[in-house]
Design a binder for this molecule. Structure first.
Ligand code: WTA
Length: 613
């Protein structure tokens, strides 16, 4: 495949596209306007569900498991089809039309996937919002996407805690114009008493029960948007990344198949939240397009005790398990006996995604969970790439600790040096993609200029990933981390500017800078340096700043450490020198290099005296 892709990329891409069921097959891969599979017509829900009805209508499509052993739900492809049709009919009854945006803010319950597929079925564009976003963050995204309908739940469950979903949506609405959201559909998870506004809010369950369980799929063009997903970059607010239907689905389905060596009867458990791209491509679309059985688990990995996840694997005979280094590090701390108590022999492929995995975590995952006999794939990719780009391939390219190894067939990765020239052989540089691939995002919602500026303009002729990488003598890639100001906390992307902007709005803060430093559990932690406007109130600032970040972005972005300082190291042109802040926050006392370019070189001495709070 690698050879074919190199010799005749178009034929390779067309082969991959033919994995899908098209209502009208495309006649070419990439056209001169940069569009994939133009002329092709299809429906993503048809590909994920309907096409399997004949062959595997009675096979399980979706297993949902809650924290208590008896909280579970199993849907065959036939049952999933009925549920999706019902939900789609409800959306139609609520006035949702093709091309409308539907916001989905749900805990990890089956309805999340059902709602996404229902949108796809009627050609509505889903916008899934991560459960950890604050009300303001949700409001920003709803306004940007101009969503009129929201699907949410009364609460989510995280161990003994109840996460208020509907209340957060209500709070989000206070930041929006009153005519923005017309309908809120509420799934009752625990039947919590939540405020419902007459005429606008409706309980979802009775509507679903009453709705017909059939509905034809609409026909979508290959380049019609399938979904928007907001992600953080190094500047500005989070952006609505737009993924198309034909290219994205081709890529999600192909990569899930090849990277996880998908086989008939596989039970695929990807632990990602549906609100992130991994949830889109590998909880929902990828494995379902391939006729797999997906598992969704609602709850925390170590509740009621740290053996919970391993018991779920044993119970459902999970074959493929895809998770994050953060989760692996947390579970590793519990000791080897915990997973040792479960039968994990069903596992065949293990995957890691979202952040660099250390050698130690890789080896533990391989040895203790994979029992030295599973393939372990460390998969590198991004929201914008739609699916996995660089990864081992079981049985062909075996993983090695911390290496993403080789680009998948057709993916043309390059490393660029400081002047933007391509590096040959063993090298370290900025990771870029030379040729386009079908999974690449179409654009940024209603801002194509920004898409061009962020991803295509930095290195003309290339797609710029924002990551650095090293290539070894075998041509294998080792991701070294972001080269821009994106911080990766437990696999969640946070832009430095996002944090700085919400803090700089505050009247007590004169200036601030946010950076990421290594963290043993989270991978990276956010550290913020603040210059107060009014020194007498400085004591209160750390707590105050944490509240601002939690309220305006979400708890996941709250700084680990805050330094209140009287100045920030700046170049003479006034730019914050984050490199120095990173060193100081990491506890380094020397090796700051040439400080003569700073407007005030003495400021470093004073910063070294500051204590984090
Ligand atoms: C990082 C998640 C090292 C990287 C799918 C990328 C990784 C960002 C890996 C995208 C990996 C993802 N090794 N780093 N295997 N996978 N990353 O958009 O910095 O949430 O740019 O997509 O996560 O995060 P995103």
């Amino acid at each position: 495949m690698q050879q074919k892709a190199a010799l005749n990329p178009d034929a390779h891409w067309m082969d991959l596209a033919m994995r899908l069921s098209w209502f009208t097959a495309p006649t070419q891969a990439l056209n001169t306007s940069g569009l994939w599979f133009e002329g092709g017509k299809l429906n993503a829900c048809y590909n994920a569900v309907d096409r399997h009805l004949e062959m595997r209508g009675d096979q399980l499509a979706l297993i949902w498991q809650g924290e208590a052993a008896d909280e579970k739900r199993e849907l065959t492809y036939r049952a999933l089809h009925q549920e999706v049709c019902r939900m789609a009919n409800v959306l139609l009854q609520c006035g949702v039309k093709e091309g409308d945006r539907v916001a989905i803010h749900l805990p990890a319950i089956a309805e999340g996937v059902i709602a996404m597929l229902a949108c796809a079925r009627i050609g509505a564009i889903h916008v899934v919002l991560f459960g950890g976003f604050s009300a303001e963050a949700i409001a920003d995204r709803i306004a940007d996407a101009d969503a009129k309908l929201i699907i949410t739940a009364d609460v989510g469950r995280r161990g003994p805690k109840r996460v208020p979903f509907k209340k957060t949506i209500d709070a989000a609405l206070t930041h929006l114009s009153p005519d923005q959201v017309e309908t809120i559909l509420v799934m009752s998870v625990t039947h919590e008493d939540v405020p419902m506004q007459e005429g606008r809010d409706h309980l979802l369950a009775p509507l679903i029960t009453a709705a017909p369980d059939t509905l034809p799929c609409v026909t979508r063009d290959a380049n019609d948007p399938l979904f928007l997903l907001y992600t953080s970059g190094s500047t500005g607010k989070p952006k609505g990344i737009v993924h198309g239907t034909g290219g994205y689905l081709t890529w999600a389905s192909f990569t899930q198949n090849v990277v996880f060596d998908h086989r008939e009867g596989d039970v695929f458990w990807c632990t990602a939240d549906l609100g992130w791209i991994t949830g889109h491509s590998y909880v929902a679309y990828g494995p379902l397009c391939n006729g797999g059985t997906i598992l969704i688990y609602e709850g925390m990995p170590s509740y009621p005790d740290p053996g919970q996840w391993w018991r779920v694997i044993e119970k459902y005979r999970v074959t493929s398990f895809y998770t994050s280094p953060t989760a692996i590090r947390a579970l590793m701390r519990e000791g080897d006996d915990v997973p040792g108590a479960s039968d994990l022999n069903s596992l065949r492929v293990l995957g890691s995604v979202g952040e660099p995995i250390s050698r130690e975590a890789w080896e533990w995952f391989y040895r203790v969970i994979g029992r030295n006999r599973c393939h372990l794939v460390d998969t590198w990719w991004q929201t914008e790439t739609g699916g996995i780009m660089i990864s081992p391939v079981p049985g062909i390219i075996e993983g090695e600790p911390s290496a993403a190894t080789l680009p998948l067939p057709g993916i043309d990765a390059v490393l660029l040096g400081p002047d933007g020239q391509e590096c040959e052989n063993e090298a370290e540089g900025v990771l870029c993609m030379r040729r386009p691939w079908p999974g690449r995002a179409l654009s940024i919602w209603r801002n194509d200029e920004l898409f061009q500026k962020i991803y295509l303009a930095p290195y003309p002729g290339y797609y710029f990933t924002g990551d650095g990488a090293r290539r070894d003598g075998n041509g294998h890639y080792w991701i070294t981390g972001r080269v821009d100001d994106v911080i990766n906390v437990s696999g969640h992307r946070i832009g430095s500017a996002e944090i700085e902007d919400v803090l700089a709005d505050d009247r007590d803060i004169a200036e601030c800078a946010a950076i990421g430093i290594p963290h043993s559990l989270k991978g990276q932690a956010v550290v913020v340096f603040i210059v107060p406007k009014n020194a007498t109130r400085a004591d209160m600032l750390p707590e105050h700043a944490r509240q601002i970040v939690s309220r305006r972005i979400g708890r996941y972005a709250v700084p680990e450490h805050i330094y209140v300082v009287d100045d920030l190291p700046k170049t003479r042109s006034g730019k914050n020198v984050r490199r120095l802040l990173r060193k100081i926050a990491s506890g380094e006392k020397e090796g700051f290099g040439d400080l003569s370019t700073l407007s005030d070189p003495d400021c470093i001495e004073r910063l070294l005296d500051a204590t984090p709070m």
